[in-house]
Write a protein that binds this ligand. Sequence first.
Ligand SMILES: [Fe+2]
Ligand SMILES: [Fe+2]
Length: 468
Amino acid sequence: MQEEEIFPNTEIEDLKPGMMITAYTKFESKYKSVDEKTCQFLQHNFRKTRVTIIRDNDEHEIPIESLRIGDNVRKIFDFPPELKKLQVINEKLVQALKARGFLAFDVKQPTLEKEERKELKNAIDTVKRSLTASEKKEHYKKAKRDAEKFVHELKENVTTRQQTSKAIENIMDDARRGKINYDGIIEYVDEITKHASAEAMSAIVSLKQSDQTYDHCVDVGVIFQSSYYKIKDKKQAKSIFETKNKALLAAFLHDFGKSKIPKDILDSTVRFDRESREMKLMESHPKFGAELLSGMNMSNNIINMAYYHHVKQDTSMNSCYPKEVPYDQVIYETRLLSIIDAYQALVGRRKYKKSWNPPAAIRYIDALAGVEFDIDTWSDFISVVGLYPKGSLVQLNDNSTGFVMSIPSDDLNRPQVAIVRNAAGEDLEHHTLVDLELEQELEIVKDLDIEETFGADALNVFSSIQIT
Ligand SMILES: [Fe+2]
Ligand SMILES: [Fe+2]
């Protein structure tokens, strides 16, 4: 049998695609005596690994969960399978490693034997997952129905979103003139709950250009309501809201304080200076919101969500406002809302800024969890939207391109994908649906930018998905 060759202490410049890191061995100086932030960063991103550290002049080998402030990190190793993304070398990973101050690694070249073992494992997995031909047919029939339903909902939701965001604009304009149209708000919340589907709405966020404030409120409201109840269902826990509409209302009103901000500032596409009057005013919207909502006799939970939704776990951050609030006053619902708020802001397509692909936004926030966002709340969110949210555009290892149509039940890397473009780059008229949980030889190799790939036509391409 062929032995696997390990190349110890390979410098970052010498990493090549196809190599696999077995240990991180050399670090920038900040890892020599880790501070709280670095400690949290490591514990979050390197979950379940082991580390070699120097503590009190002695070398110890400990689970990363036991890492403490002041420890000198010498080696990170023993990666669980779910952290493969931190081991398999590709250009993106190298850049990320550089940015984070990792300097050298033990690496191995996967050998043929290893490849064969992988194939064998895949074969076993396939057998394990393999259904009888008729079971598989039934499975795909249902998947097709679900996918078609999703496409249909998305088309309907485009109209709902347009109407409701126009309504929000009116409500905010009224509020700006000192008139709070409470009945109007409730009526629109009812409308949205009746018509909107959260997954469709999240997908629209990345498919269609939008206004910054009004669509944002609708999107955040709908995504919050649905993910919140899914999380509560999973945990068999109780909602703090009396009704589902109240949950939507709470999230929907998180930026209501913006109605106190002059429209030209609110709709401006220029970035204001940190110390400018405009920025100070913008940063007062949580306070304005809380005041308005308490004047409307809204519950404390709803007020908490408006007041604290820009508070970061690390409250010393510039982007944290209001300042000097203890993080434990930020209720779970507000923590979840702040994640969705950030997610929508990244993914939302605006005229003046480049938007993020949903999976890239997920990875970005993932890296901030533990510093800006509460890790447990983040894990809850991921468990209901997946790593590739529905509507994400991805490329498979056979070079075909498709939209993600499901949240996988088991392996979050393996959703169902509707193939819209074949390996030769030809757009298809009839689309096939592949379930990556069943088709083990296929996998996602990268996520694609919807706008770059389809331009203004993105929504049309998605809406015309027809599964054969
Ligand atoms: Fe806000
Ligand atoms: Fe917001």
